[in-house]
Design a protein around this ligand. Sequence first.
Ligand SMILES: O=C(O)CCC(=O)C(=O)O
Ligand SMILES: [Fe+2]
Length: 168
Amino acid sequence: MTNVQFFHRDTDDWRFLTLFLYLTDVGPDGGPHEVIPGSHSIDGMKKLLKSVQWWRSKMDVERSFVDDMGEDFSSACEQDFRNAAVQLTGPAGSMFLVNTLALHRGIVPTRTDRLIIWARYGLGPNTNSADLERGPLGIRLVPTRLQGTPREKYINRLLVQFDRKPEN
Ligand SMILES: O=C(O)CCC(=O)C(=O)O
Ligand SMILES: [Fe+2]
């Protein structure tokens, strides 16, 4: 199993969303993405824990946002949030947006191969930004219908450079 097949939080930015796109059909045995709605905040975690036998839970809510990872933590999540977890299945082409600061994982597929791509959308460049080394592409190199409005220029600034001169 890899890290992302255990319950974990992504910590890419102060605010961000992840877009997932299934490239294969993903049924219950095909490795659905699993997320625990509400677990993206300390208050949400406390509410979720109230609905289980919290006095038996080993969950340290604050710590779960800092350095909890791996198999033991994931087993604790499985136990505590069994009734809250949601598994996302769907045919190839299915897309969904998740706040992946919430606890989530990709379940290990048992019957079929599974292909997925994801893109994270956050506030600015960070160590996970894919193309920081090559920088944004000049608009002429990108097949797009973007018009170059100020808003489009801003929100796509890490991917596309609208004003790049032809020689660059
Ligand atoms: O494969 C999945 O469903 C989850 C992947 C994931 O959580 C990650 O890449 O951070
Ligand atoms: Fe993740």
